[in-house]
Design a protein around this ligand. Structure first.
Ligand code: FAQ
Length: 317
């Protein structure tokens, strides 16, 4: 088949909602778009452990500490599934990690904000995981098989994360005046960065058109952002917190909550490496990588020893 026929067959499969698997023919642009998105997603899960890790030693009770630890470990697992999914596209993990550690690769803007109080653990679970779920549930139906399958498990776990975050805030909101203030302050600080997680507005999203045409993305950035606002506003009312947007109001004609202008200058600054915590996050990531060198060396030495033993026993047989 020539390239035109191959492209035609590929698009036919996409339109028929069939999964594309790693050994199938795919256009180079599709492969590169997937590597970019999956790698950024994997890096986000890994860097995303850092803001919450700050609170493992400060959790108010043993139960809270165990739940937070479990959540952070889940994020590590998500990163690993995603690196595996990216590897099926022919890129190796060391290259991806080098790109993260050198600052070349992007990861979600949200993880470049500081966690200042325990209430931030609630706000991250409720808002950040809430936004992540809305974005990721459609990815379970993504046209690329390994990414879609990885997302199924990730979404189940994110759903638990969102509830544990909401429950932290609910407890604070039913507590003392000081606790209520702490919850409100966290919501004030995390609301707009969570809105930015969905990416640039549709008219400025450079990859959306191709990703939607090829079934990588099922909904646009603005569609998902709107769903997030519609879902979150009633939950905020139950908590008794306000969302820090003076323009937020219900629009009877569309049935949606209309929201105010996003500060795109702030968003662009953060994704260009100039957010409040970009430098410290990368520093901690690099340190963690260096500290883990002995584990990687030990695992390789063990694997090499096992391979040698296997080949010796085959020779004897
Ligand atoms: N931050 O053309 P678009 C989580 C970049 S996981 C940084 O619209 P696209 C779990 C974009 O990469 C959170 N960069 O791009 C958790 C592109 O840059 P490039 C991560 C952003 O790909 C919870 C440029 O702007 N989730 O939270 C952001 O079509 C709690 C133009 O943008 C995913 O990665 C941003 N927010 O749409 C962990 C989900 N937005 O490559 C721990 C999968 C955009 O041209 C604790 N990813 N950019 O240099 C996606 O759905 C998409 O990649 C979007 C962006 C929607 C993020």
């Amino acid at each position: 088949m020539n390239i035109v026929d191959l492209e035609h067959e590929f698009m036919k499969r996409i339109k028929a909602d069939q999964k594309i698997e790693p050994k199938d023919w795919m256009p180079e642009k599709y492969r590169q778009t997937l590597i970019r998105q999956i790698a950024q997603h994997a890096h986000s899960e890994i860097v995303g452990m850092l803001p919450e890790a700050n609170y493992i030693s400060r959790a108010p009770t043993l139960r809270r500490k165990a739940a937070l630890l479990a959540k952070i470990q889940d994020e590590a697992g998500h990163g690993l599934y995603l690196y595996c999914a990216a590897e099926t596209l022919g890129v190796d993990r060391d290259t991806l990690l080098d790109e993260l550690h050198s600052g070349k690769a992007k990861y979600s803007s949200i993880f470049n904000y500081p966690t200042l109080t325990w209430a931030d653990m609630g706000a991250i679970g409720w808002l950040v995981d809430g936004a992540a779920i809305l974005n990721q549930v459609p990815l379970c139906k993504c046209s690329f098989g390994p990414y879609a399958r990885a997302m199924v498990r990730v979404c189940k776990e994110e759903s638990f994360h969102q509830r544990q975050g909401y429950e932290i805030l609910l407890t604070l909101c039913n507590g003392s005046e000081e606790q209520k203030k702490m919850a409100q302050d966290a919501v004030n600080r995390w609301w707009w960065p969570s809105m930015m997680m969905f990416g640039p507005s549709d008219e400025n999203s450079k990859h959306s058109a191709y990703s939607m045409e090829t079934g990588i993305k099922k909904f646009s950035n603005d569609e998902l952002r709107q769903r997030f606002v519609d879902q979150t506003k009633p939950q905020a009312d139950i908590l008794g917190v306000t969302l820090p947007d003076k323009d937020l109001k219900f629009d009877e004609s569309s049935g949606h909550w209309k929201y105010g202008e996003i500060d795109w200058e702030e968003f662009n600054n953060v994704i260009q490496g100039n957010g409040p915590c970009n430098k410290i996050r990368l520093k901690h990531r690099r340190e963690a990588w260096e500290k883990g060198a002995w584990v990687r060396d030990a695992a390789s030495a063990y694997a090499a020893k096992k391979a040698l033993k296997n080949s010796e026993s085959k020779q004897v047989a």
